[in-house]
Design a binder for this molecule. Structure first.
Ligand SMILES: NC(=O)C1=CN([C@@H]2O[C@H](COP(=O)(O)OP(=O)(O)OC[C@H]3O[C@@H](n4cnc5c(N)ncnc54)[C@H](O)[C@@H]3O)[C@@H](O)[C@H]2O)C=CC1
Ligand SMILES: Nc1nc(O)c(N)c(N[C@@H]2O[C@H](COP(=O)(O)O)[C@@H](O)[C@H]2O)n1
Length: 277
């Protein structure tokens, strides 16, 4: 491990974020779900996650990046959609000083990466960072959630690194234009695997789906890094489907937060809040 790999997140900043973390917040009482869900991502001032779908874009400055890694150390698992796995080839481990693989014992403090890949599009191989890190003892091997079993070769590569294919069953409509795994079924499956806290990092399709009112109630806390940058029109946007009050036939807000806290971190600001049910 190189020293520059390791991040630190100071105690005074931790106090600002801690009230929104799983250890201090009971899972939403209304939905009776067993998992604490944190929705977290970094966005530009024009609500983009990246310059375009295939382009990994650095938005977080060093201080808010360390905050994201602190969050990773406080959750059992970290989830992204297959679009992000393919575009970014992410590490999805925690590089905070003192966690397992970065000065700490075993894999203590490392989250389990979870990739939503309904149709088995993510091709695993020697260059897959998550697998490399798992083999080096610097991160956990991923769970890949699909609607039918992964292909033989992909499954073998996954399992040889210690990962697992969670098959939710044939729940997708093959004629439907989108391939979305249902959140309730997914959270129940992860809970069965012993996961009690999950941070969802993106990307655009996953976040926009989760902001839909019928899913947003599954989210306990939202932690968004806002970077002082505009990315322009082609960005992958956080912009959920509009919502219409059918009785009055008027547009209404899609989702809103309460108990917000705005925490400046370097040049960025981090917004913490809880969904209004
Ligand atoms: N700035 C940030 O914090 C982050 C940025 N990103 C960026 O986002 C971009 C990728 O975003 P997208 O292309 O939108 O891909 P995505 O990562 O949201 O994956 C979308 C895919 O996930 C699958 N999926 C399964 N269940 C789903 C559900 N319930 N809802 C929605 N999708 C579901 C679908 O097959 C869908 O095609 C990349 O450019 C990446 O760099 C990704 C994560 C965080
Ligand atoms: N917090 C945050 N800030 C940014 O500027 C980002 N681009 C992202 N992206 C997310 O982090 C993943 C990369 O993580 P690794 O450094 O490879 O572990 C990327 O795939 C997005 O999920 N996040």
């Amino acid at each position: 491990m190189e020293a520059r790999d390791t991040l630190t997140f100071p105690q005074e900043s931790r106090w600002n974020i801690d009230p929104y973390l799983p250890a201090t917040v009971a899972p939403s009482s209304t939905t009776k779900k067993p998992i604490h869900v944190t929705l977290t991502f970094a966005t530009s001032l024009d609500s983009s996650l990246s310059l375009s779908p295939g382009v990994q874009t650095v938005l977080s400055g060093p201080e808010s990046k360390a905050m994201t890694h602190y969050l990773r150390s406080k959750h059992d698992a970290i989830l992204v959609g297959v679009g992000t796995a393919i575009a970014d080839n992410p590490s999805l481990n925690c590089r905070i000083e003192g966690v397992g693989g970065y000065g700490g014992e075993n894999l203590t403090g490392q989250p389990r990466p979870v990739v939503l890949d309904p149709r088995g599009r993510w091709l695993l191989g020697d260059q897959t960072k998550i697998l490399k890190l798992a083999k080096e003892g610097r991160g956990k091997a991923p769970f890949v959630v699909s609607s039918e079993p992964l292909g033989e070769e992909n499954r073998k590569i996954l399992e040889s690194a210690g990962g697992k294919n969670i098959v939710l069953g044939d729940i997708l409509d093959p004629t439907a234009p989108t391939t979305r795994l249902p959140w309730h079924t997914l959270l129940a499956a992860l809970s069965k695997e012993g996961i009690q806290s999950l941070m969802i990092e993106g990307g655009g399709a996953v976040i926009n789906d989760l902001l839909h009112p019928s899913h947003f109630s599954l989210v306990d806390t939202v932690i968004v890094t806002i970077a002082p940058i505009w990315l322009g029109k082609d960005g992958v946007q956080v912009c959920p489907e509009e919502r219409v009050d059918e009785e009055r036939n008027v547009k209404v807000p899609v989702a809103k937060l309460r108990e917000t806290k705005w925490v400046p971190l370097g040049d960025d600001v981090v917004l913490c809040g809880r969904p209004i049910a």
